[in-house]
Design a protein around this ligand. Sequence first.
Ligand code: FES
Length: 146
Amino acid sequence: MPQPTELTRRNVILLGSAGTALALVGCSPPAEPPDGQASATPDGGGTDSKPVEVARLADVPVGSSISASLSGAPILISQPMEGTVVAFSAICTHQGCVVLPAKTELDCPCHGSRFDSATGEVLGGPASRALDPVTVTVAGDSIVAG
Ligand code: FES
């Protein structure tokens, strides 16, 4: 009669399978954030980035916004007051569509979320989180990031 602690051939195979599964879990890369924001949010900063022009100041209407790009990622640049610029990732915080300028707002064409062009805050859902900010500054006639 087999003892409860006796290792049978079947028990060894089951233990081996469980150990393999645990080893695979231990080696898996970290999961992406559920909204995928890590790969789609240029911050315009970083220690090794050089300032890059993202737009001309004259191209951004006062009180409105334009679409632009930074390192291939879509961004939105607003000029809420003359000479003051702000920028945001254009990736919607709801499900990742590209948000577009719409007069004094930033609107997502996919499900209708609306964002404040001066702050990036949500004006209307379904998005529940503001657009990610991108650091930009005015340098002469240019708007630069980095
Ligand atoms: Fe923008 Fe859904 S992806 S509202």
